[in-house]
Write a protein that binds this ligand. Structure first.
Ligand SMILES: C[C@H](O)[C@H](O)[C@H]1CNc2nc(N)[nH]c(=O)c2N1
Ligand SMILES: N[C@@H](Cc1ccccc1)C(=O)O
Ligand SMILES: [Fe+2]
Length: 269
């Protein structure tokens, strides 16, 4: 499933106690990533992410186990983090979100992928996702997408996934205090040293206002820095999206068809 990317990572299996063994080198990789990102996220990420980071209080020098992160998260809002081998298919992904379980790919990136890795690793899942999952609107939206995904036929999944991708994974959000009026909020930005800076300040990517039909019809690639980001007005907009009849929106999007992906390929980097 994760094999369409160029870097082969070996899935890690949990032992009988649900624990995953990491080598000293792997713990060191977390430690170095944490050190690099902690100052960058303070400088660039949306404030709600930073608040979440304080609430969840992740270890800085070793890879945490899902069980210890779950313990804290469960007290805050009932969510849990569960180890999975790697990228998982939509049906399982939606099913887990519907049940307030967040899937965490358990391997950690190697040195050559330090600044950007082409598939989710444990640093992305925990450091990238969990802080914002403490935010009520983000948690509610994630569960909502999971429930909707579990209740529709599989041919709707890729359409729905784009709503998740352009918000939770790689969304930006309006912020008056920032020079260009937007700040990164997505987990894929919080976990990548290079894409965080690129999303926050590069002039290369497009930044479009969040529009459901535009988002539904915009194809994305998971393995390159995003050529297009969508900008939410506020966290409340997640509730507005959930209040729509998205099944009708998807029907409409199908009629419109996907937008031309060629500009995505041209700008691949
Ligand atoms: C819906 C969307 O494609 C999304 O990025 C999913 C897909 N599968 C995943 N699988 C794992 N293990 N971790 C993730 O963060 C995701 N994200
Ligand atoms: N690119 C992200 C990981 C990621 C890959 C694919 C999808 C989502 C996130 C990082 O370097 O941290
Ligand atoms: Fe993710």
């Amino acid at each position: 499933m994760s094999r369409y990317t160029s870097n082969q990572y070996q899935a890690k299996q949990a032992n009988a106690y649900g624990l995953i063994h990491y080598t000293d080198n792997e713990h060191r990789m977390w430690s170095e990533l944490y050190q690099a990102q902690i100052s960058l996220v303070h400088r660039h990420m949306v404030n709600e992410y930073i608040e979440g980071l304080h609430h969840i209080d992740l270890p800085s020098h070793r890879i945490p186990q899902c069980s210890e992160v779950s313990e804290k998260l469960q007290k805050l809002n009932g969510w849990q983090v569960e180890p999975v081998p790697a990228l998982i298919a939509y049906d399982r992904f939606f099913n887990m979100l519907a049940n307030k379980r967040f899937p965490a790919a358990s391997f950690i990136r190697r040195q050559e992928d330090f600044a950007y890795v082409k598939e989710p690793d444990i640093f992305h899942e925990i450091f990238g996702h969990i802080p914002l999952l403490t935010h009520p609107q983000v948690a509610a939206f994630s569960q909502f997408i999971g429930e909707l995904g579990s209740n529709v036929t599989a041919d709707n999944h890729a359409w729905l996934a784009r709503l998740y991708w352009f918000t939770i994974e790689f969304g930006l959000i309006k912020n008056k205090n920032n020079i260009n009026g937007v700040v990164p909020m997505g987990s894929g930005l919080a976990s990548s040293p290079t894409e965080l800076i690129y999303a926050a300040s590069s002039e290369a990517p497009q930044r479009r206002p969040f529009d459901v039909m535009d988002v539904l019809t915009t194809p994305y690639r998971i393995d390159i820095k995003q050529p297009i980001y969508y900008v939410l007005e506020s966290f409340d907009q997640l509730a507005e999206i959930s209040a729509r009849n998205l099944v009708i929106d998807i029907l409409q999007a199908r009629k419109m068809g996907l937008q031309d992906p060629h500009h995505l390929l041209a700008k691949a980097c």
